[in-house]
Design a protein around this ligand. Structure first.
Ligand code: ADP
Ligand code: MG
Length: 261
């Protein structure tokens, strides 16, 4: 490394310009080979810096979103789930986040609700949106812990309200007590007309009061807010987890009475 490069690296380290440090030598060679103007060269150098910063911030957004696994829309068999690929391609444009709309994915176990929620969440994080993924059980546990530690307001203002997209997976698997039902209502109310939600559930809407401590007025108020600007997408059919076993005749087909509508 020559002296000029060493000096440049030292200044870049001081100013935390790692993108410039990484790209400057290569771009200087390209500049003289292609006879760029000084302004063109400066522009490319600065864009190398913003490009690297964006990439770092997106990696961070994916890492802090709390996704349990990586799932992508490209790996989803839409025909199998009785879902319209077109609808998800439109959602994957992420315009629903810009418009503050919600997505509600309904259906029995194994039809791909979590997969689709994760895939949309990943797409959003990769595109620079702050995303937070929670299972309903984890969210309720975090809320209960925060309340005990007298920092519930912090949690509601932070992880619940701050993300542009909040995902609550598996609502309905776990029946909530009165306090839990009220907490969940607080979450939905805090997000209402503020930021997008993706919710997945195995229950149809008529059954939501069951999971909300039998409080049908609370269920109605919650659904009112959740569904006001929402894409409600029912997924149907067989459990993908069991399809190979079913094919081999090891278990019976699912009866259609079990599906959410
Ligand atoms: P649910 O949340 O509805 O219970 P999951 O999304 O957890 O179902 O799906 C169970 C497993 O099957 C996951 O590994 C998921 O990636 C896979 N899977 C489900 N449906 C599909 C599908 N239509 N195409 C590809 N993989 C699927
Ligand atoms: Mg699931």
């Amino acid at each position: 490394m020559n002296l000029a490069q060493e000096r440049l690296n030292a200044v870049c380290a001081d100013l935390k310009l790692t993108g410039v440090a990484n790209a400057a030598t290569r771009l200087a060679q390209e500049a003289s080979a292609s006879e760029w103007s000084y302004i063109d060269f400066l522009d490319r150098v600065l864009r190398a810096e913003t490009g690297q910063r964006q990439e770092r911030s997106r990696t961070m957004l994916v890492r802090t979103a709390g996704f349990p696994v990586v799932k992508r829309l490209d790996d989803f068999d839409f025909a199998f789930a009785g879902a319209q690929k077109k609808q998800f391609t439109e959602l994957a444009s992420l315009a629903f986040i810009e418009r503050g709309e919600n997505v509600v994915l309904l259906g029995p176990s194994g039809v791909g609700k979590t997969h689709l929620a994760l895939a949309l969440g990943l797409k959003a994080a990769e595109n620079g949106y702050k995303v937070r993924f929670y299972t309903a059980a984890d969210l309720m546990r975090d809320i209960a812990t925060a309340r005990r530690q007298e920092r519930l307001d912090n949690l509601l203002r932070g992880n619940v309200r701050m993300p542009k997209l909040l995902i609550i997976d598996e609502l309905g698997y776990m029946p909530l007590d009165k306090a839990g039902a009220h907490d969940l209502f607080q979450v939905i109310a805090k997000r209402y007309e503020y930021g997008s939600l993706i919710v997945t559930s195995n229950l149809n809407f008529g059954q939501w009061d069951q999971t909300l401590a039998g409080d049908s007025a609370l269920a109605a108020a919650l659904l009112d807010r959740l569904l006001h600007h929402a894409h409600v997408i029912p997924l149907k059919g067989e459990s993908y987890r069991l399809k190979d076993k079913r094919k081999a005749g090891l278990i019976e087909r699912r009866s259609t009475a079990n599906t959410a509508d």
